[in-house]
Design a protein around this ligand. Structure first.
Ligand code: ATP
Ligand code: MG
Length: 233
């Protein structure tokens, strides 16, 4: 039991009856329709489903970048629906990491700086942030690329920097939206394995959308988006 009275086995992320509806040109699109899911500490869960089924929408809601129309998201035992935008931003910074299909690195900053920056924003000191960033980038095989800007890195290298950035603040949960979807099969394979190794080593939980069945199989379990709900595979 920790201070909040939670057991260490309590889920780090819960989606409780999450509904998300979009309205476009008079049409109503029920993308998520009562999603139930939970991710336990250290668990790595694959999120699969055809294009347009709602994976990105679900990850945006889970990552507090979007609010559900109904239901709630719980992170680290706290209900996020009632939080102010400021509290949600704080929760996102402290507890959630993201890795997207396209790296979204800051183009004018080096690989090292891109991994240092979120740590500084979270309040970590400069030397500690740099040491941690070097360690993470080194584990991902980028020790010779610390001072390269994203424009001078290969696609696989950029994604590895994005992965280091995603775990830099030791999030409770890492959300991945096709993190290797933009890479050739071989590079995707090694970069994805590096991501899994890093996540497991840091005991971070993860929910990762992928179209690649082989990658999904390397995770602990799979959830399929089907008719706006999540079903285990
Ligand atoms: N802001 C929005 N406004 C209106 N419709 C939206 C919006 N965002 C997503 N949609 C619709 O919601 C559906 C789900 O989109 P989403 O991006 O979540 O799918 P996905 O499963 O991530 O697909 P992909 O595998 O192609 O990335 C799509 O039909 C999309 O057109
Ligand atoms: Mg998507």
């Amino acid at each position: 039991m920790n201070d909040a009275g939670n057991s260490t086995d309590d889920p780090v992320l819960v989606l409780d009856n999450v509904t998300r509806t979009f309205r476009e040109g008079g049409n109503q699109l029920d993308v998520l329709n009562g999603v139930q899911a939970s991710v336990k500490p250290g668990e790595i869960v694959a999120l699969v489903g055809p294009s347009g089924s709602g994976k990105t929408t679900l990850l945006q809601v889970a990552g507090l970048l979007d609010r559900p129309d109904k239901g709630d998201v719980w992170i680290g035992g706290a209900a996020c629906g009632k939080m102010t935008d400021r509290e949600r931003t704080q929760t996102r910074r402290q507890r959630i990491g993201f890795v997207y299909q396209f790296h979204h690195l800051l183009p004018d900053f080096s690989a090292l700086e891109n991994v240092v920056l979120p740590q500084r924003i979270a309040g970590r000191g400069i030397s500690q942030s740099e040491a941690h960033a070097k360690d993470l980038l080194g584990r991902l095989g980028l020790e010779e690329r610390l001072n390269h800007r994203p424009g001078k890195l290969s696609g696989g290298e950029r994604q590895r920097v994005a992965i280091a950035r995603g775990v830099a603040n030791n999030p409770d949960v890492l959300l991945g939206d096709e993190p290797t979807g933009n890479l050739d099969q071989r590079t995707a394979d090694t970069v994805f394995q590096a991501l899994l190794d890093l996540v497991r080593e840091h005991n971070v939980s993860a929910l990762i959308a992928t179209h690649n069945a082989e990658l999904a199989q390397r995770m602990d379990r799979t959830l399929v988006v089907h008719d706006g709900k999540l079903i285990p595979e």
